[in-house]
Design a protein around this ligand. Structure first.
Ligand code: LLP
Length: 437
């Protein structure tokens, strides 16, 4: 399946995985943009997230160029990796931001995104979040239910601003990805069902402080094929016709969401060119601006998680590498059974064993890889977990009172800490052993 559940890469894919990340091997050492990752690990310790700025730029440029024949805006999905350094990088490239909380609104603002380049999505925006978005003047707010629209209408009324609204439609399209991240199917919590869209559009049209500017969808994440996009856009186009016929003079955007997949192992994700070839001819005749909201595609391959081997162990016929990064640092393997390629920072041409790479957290589900062909590394040797730039640090927790790792940016032959390692004291700041006195 698209999510790459436990699918090992064919040997040939390892080169592609390295090159997607801007990684190469020289004399056995793994380099990111020409910089030895061992030097980064020496400087900041492990576990640590390391992001390659140039790889993010290359991804952005490839998508921007592929969509170049029609008016478009790439709104980066902040949830994938909200580090301010990553956000600033994408802002400087001309990206907008797709946000899902008031917290992400503040992040986008702190990174310097102009409010009109921000799109606010999400199924459960609170009144205070909607108020903050109205006050900031975001580009459009994608509503996901009739009740949310009623609340937005009431808040807009009192704000003396005209609020641009998008309707996020649930197009009822099945996407081949992990069920937890499939978001465009009927019967799940996301989007306004197609048969409720006309009423929502009427309400917006009749309201003095609202204008309908966008029709939107998001089908799911880690999609590797264009078919669901074609199907979903087909449904959106029918809705565009319908709402235009009823009168929607301010409609200017068709937002087709995020979801472009990346290579984690053996999958062959669609290229930006293939995506554009499927989408652009469908959208161009509408004259609408095409919005896309990629997260993973822009940053996923550009990041690695560095970890060190703490211990080796043989037990019950299995071999374990116990490393200093666990499910609290990178939850994707244990939460989605996601495959992440693991490579040594210093390759030694050693014999491969079959190992489980596990973390220090007290759960049997705390693993980064199962039954993986890897050398039985020595204590203190370091590894890079690939494809960790999206939904890595942002999903990290301090479970087991483990401070979250630092985030490092590599650019122009240099590296710098973009967020320091948390201190243990950060983890219980504000707690009181005697809250009742
Ligand atoms: N737009 C909306 C409305 C979304 O809900 C999402 C992701 C995106 C854009 C960006 O999707 P992307 O281009 O990154 O696929 N934690 C999961 C992924 C959850 C995605 C949720 N929504 C994972 O680690 O696979």
């Amino acid at each position: 399946m698209g999510q790459g559940v436990l699918t090992a890469p064919r040997a040939a894919d390892r080169d592609a995985l390295l090159s997607d990340a801007g990684l190469e091997r020289r004399d056995g050492s793994l380099l990111m943009a020409g910089l030895p990752l061992s030097a980064v690990a020496d400087a900041v310790g492990t576990p640590a997230y390391v992001y390659n700025a140039e790889a993010v730029r290359a991804r952005y440029a490839s998508l921007d160029a592929a969509l170049g024949s029609i008016p478009h805006r790439i709104c980066y999905a902040v949830k994938a990796n909200g580090n301010l350094a990553i956000l600033r990088l994408l802002r400087d490239l001309g990206a907008g931001a797709d946000i899902v909380s008031a917290g992400e609104l503040e992040r986008a603002h702190a990174a310097g995104f102009p409010a009109e380049r921000v799109v606010f999505s999400g199924v459960g925006k609170s009144a205070s979040e909607l108020r903050a978005a109205i006050a900031a003047g975001v580009g459009h707010i994608n509503v996901e239910s009739a009740e949310e629209l009623d609340l937005l209408a009431a808040l807009a009324q009192g704000s003396r601003r005209t609020v641009s609204v998008g309707i996020r439609v649930n197009p009822d399209v099945t996407a081949d990805t992990h069920p937890y991240i499939s978001t465009g199917k009927s019967g799940i919590k996301f989007g306004v069902p197609t048969d409720q869209v006309a009423a929502a559009a009427r309400l917006i049209g009749a309201h003095p402080a609202l204008e309908l500017t966008a029709i939107a969808m998001h089908l799911g994440s880690q999609l590797t094929d264009t078919a669901p996009f074609r199907e979903g856009i087909g449904r959106l186009l029918a809705i565009v016709d319908e709402v235009r016929a009823a009168g929607a003079p301010a409609l200017r955007a068709l937002d087709v969401g995020g979801g472009l997949g990346i290579r984690y192992g053996a999958e062959a994700p669609m290229s930006p060119e293939a995506f554009a070839a499927a989408v652009v001819p469908m959208v161009a005749p509408t004259g609408l601006t095409l919005y896309v909201e990629p997260g993973r595609f822009l940053v996923g391959s550009a990041g690695v998680l560095l970890a060190s081997v703490l211990y080796r162990k043989h037990s019950g016929g299995k071999s374990f590498l116990i490393v200093d990064a666990g499910m609290n640092d990178l939850v994707r393997p244990s939460h989605y059974q996601a495959y992440h390629e693991i490579v040594e920072l210093e390759a030694g041409g050693r014999r491969l064993a079959t190992v489980d790479v596990v973390g220090p957290v007290c759960e049997t589900g705390d693993f980064l890889a199962l039954d993986r062909p890897l050398p039985m590394l020595e204590q203190g040797e370091r590894i890079a977990v690939l494809g960790a730039g999206a939904y890595g640090f942002v999903m990290a927790s301090s479970y087991n009172t483990r401070p979250r790792p630092p985030e490092v940016l590599v650019d122009g032959g240099r590296f710098a800490v973009a967020r320091p390692r948390e201190a243990v004291a950060d983890l219980f700041r504000g707690e009181s052993p005697t809250p009742l006195g």
